[in-house]
Design a binder for this molecule. Structure first.
Ligand code: SAM
Length: 322
């Protein structure tokens, strides 16, 4: 399992960038970018070097943690998956590239693409001293046009990106990303009902084109959850001092809620059930909401079933269990 916390090389690169900047300026820009997001805006408000750094300090730890948790879930289902090439769509500061490089020692060819100049410049700066990432290719441009020109990759990732484009475009982008996927496509979104709705629409569309789900679902059928319920997970991450200062936060950690889907070209041989919420433990039993190959199930494991109870006590939200 890869740690959800930023790798030391990336932390050091971010700290190095911060040295030349005023933390209060960065905090001010981060607050204004967050306000834009809360008001339904997107990363279009990130224009300057300070904007890009403020975004990276405030959001990169959490999006990194969400991508890492999704990759950990994928690796648990496919421990023999060893991708050599990565395409990071809407790469921004390079978050998913760093997470994928940590998760897969096999990756050696990295292509990033994004339309935002300030985030691209920051990504290249952060990767400059990295042994594995200093030679990444980073294409500047609108995603569909840049993707059309890109080589296919064994792993394609779009992290916190598809929500920034319109619905009709999302379908076209999903098709194009799938066409450029030699093995696995991972899409990660915020763990909100809207983020889940985008994931579920992309999932259904690409299953129709022959994709199979590796994680989180244990089946390729229709999602059994019904509104107001939605499928999402939570990853805890540590906040650095700079992260806390830029966010004006007091707690040394945060919990990032995210939704994701990992789709593969080859069918998955065996798919365990997925824990959909933190299980409840009482004196008599453990109750866990599971997504199983046959649909939703509320598993109740009584204390008297000692061996099963001991196993169920270790279940956590997001785990794959059989
Ligand atoms: C919220 S940021 C996420 C960045 C990064 N993937 C991460 O997880 O930290 C969304 C990124 O998608 C990029 N993006 C949005 N729409 C795009 C488009 N049509 N073409 C290229 N990039 C786009 C933005 O420029 C931005 O860098």
């Amino acid at each position: 399992m890869t740690s959800p916390d930023l790798p030391a090389e990336l932390k050091a690169a971010l700290d190095g960038k911060l040295r030349g900047f005023s933390r209060s300026d960065a905090a001010g820009r981060a607050a204004s970018i967050s306000k834009t997001y809360r008001g339904g805006g997107n990363s279009g408000s990130i224009r300057s070097e300070t904007d890009a750094l403020a975004y990276a300090l405030a959001r990169m730890p959490a999006t990194y943690a969400a991508v890492t948790a999704s990759l950990n879930a994928l690796i648990e289902i496919r421990p023999d998956y060893v991708p050599g090439s990565l395409l990071d769509v809407g790469a921004g500061p390079g978050t998913a590239t760093w997470a994928s490089a940590e998760a897969f020692a096999s990756l050696h060819h990295f292509t990033l693409l994004d339309a935002n100049d300030a985030l691209r410049a920051l990504a290249l700066d952060l990767a400059r001293d990295s042994t594995r990432l200093r030679n990444v290719g980073y294409e500047r441009g609108e995603a569909r046009a840049a993707l059309a020109k890109a080589d296919a990759a064994e792993l394609v990732v779009a992290s916190y990106m598809i929500g920034e484009i319109g619905e009709a475009e999302q379908r076209a982008l999903a098709e194009l990303m799938w066409a450029k996927t030699r093995d696995t496509l991972l899409v990660v979104e915020p763990g909100t009902p809207a983020g889940y709705a985008r994931i579920i629409a992309l999932r259904a569309h690409l299953i129709g084109l022959g994709a199979h789900v590796a994680a989180p679902c244990p089946h390729d059928g229709k999602c059994p959850l019904e509104a107001p319920d939605w499928c999402h997970f939570s990853q805890r991450l540590q906040r650095s001092r700079a992260h806390m200062q830029v966010k004006g936060a007091e707690l040394p950690f945060e919990d990032e809620r995210f939704s994701y889907v990992a789709l593969t070209r080859a069918p998955i041989a065996s798919r365990p059930s997925r824990v959909l919420a933190q299980p409840a433990a009482s004196k008599v039993e453990i109750t866990a909401k599971l997504c199983t190959p046959e649909g939703l199930s509320l598993a109740k494991v009584p204390r008297r079933a000692k061996a099963d109870y001991a196993i169920a006590r270790r279940w956590r939200w997001g785990d794959a269990v059989s």
